[in-house]
Design a protein around this ligand. Structure first.
Ligand code: GDP
Length: 181
């Protein structure tokens, strides 16, 4: 089962992938060594199934977009990522979604991920850490959730840094895909 990660540069796509596959977080990832591909076995207990997740981290720059388009074709799921501390990354999520709709399978499962909620005083994402301040947040949960609903996307807030909701995001997508096949 192939997934693709899409979204603007720096929203945390590589970090989500590293977190999922390696259980680590790199504070200063080297962009030239960006993770491009990760693979992981996910066990869906109640369905009694194990699925192999193959994940492409699509580079969020125009140069790579034509390459990216060919990846859309084989994908069963897309994780559309934005950074809650960057309003432009949320605005651009619309452009990414148009791109997904134009090039991917119409039945593709798409999860909107509001990443970096550890920076926004989200206690679940960042227990006991008061450094994160809600002032840094530029997109509210309600606004993102509403847009996801309008567009028929699954929605989760997550943090690649603390690991909050990372497994859940990939899991939810897998469950939704399994329902369709
Ligand atoms: P990409 O370009 O979308 O693949 O983004 P990266 O994974 O390279 O992340 C961009 C920057 O954001 C890096 O400095 C990461 O350490 C940082 N980052 C990524 N995810 C998170 C997160 O959940 N919380 C915080 N605080 N920083 C993050």
């Amino acid at each position: 089962m192939e997934y693709i990660l899409v979204g603007d540069a720096s929203v945390g796509k590589s970090s989500l992938l590293v977190r999922l596959t390696d259980r680590r977080f790199l504070a200063n990832p080297d962009p030239t060594l960006g993770v491009e591909f990760g693979s992981k076995l996910i066990r869906i207990e109640d369905e009694n199934k194990t699925i192999k997740l193959q994940c492409w981290d699509t580079a969020g720059t125009e140069t790579f977009r034509s390459i990216t388009r060919s990846y859309y074709r084989g994908a069963a799921g897309a994780l559309l990522v934005f950074d809650v501390t960057s309003r432009p990354s949320f605005t651009n999520a619309r452009v990414w979604l148009d791109d997904i709709r134009a090039h991917a399978d119409p039945h593709l499962t798409c999860v909107l991920i509001a990443n970096k909620v550890d920076l926004c005083g989200n206690e679940d994402a960042n227990p006991g850490n008061v450094i994160g301040s809600s002032r840094r947040r530029q997109v509210s949960t309600e606004e993102a959730e509403l847009w996801a609903k309008e567009e028929g996307l699954l929605f989760l807030e997550a943090s690649a840094k603390t690991g909050y909701n990372v497994d859940e995001a990939f899991d939810q997508a897998a469950r939704d895909i399994l329902k369709k096949i």
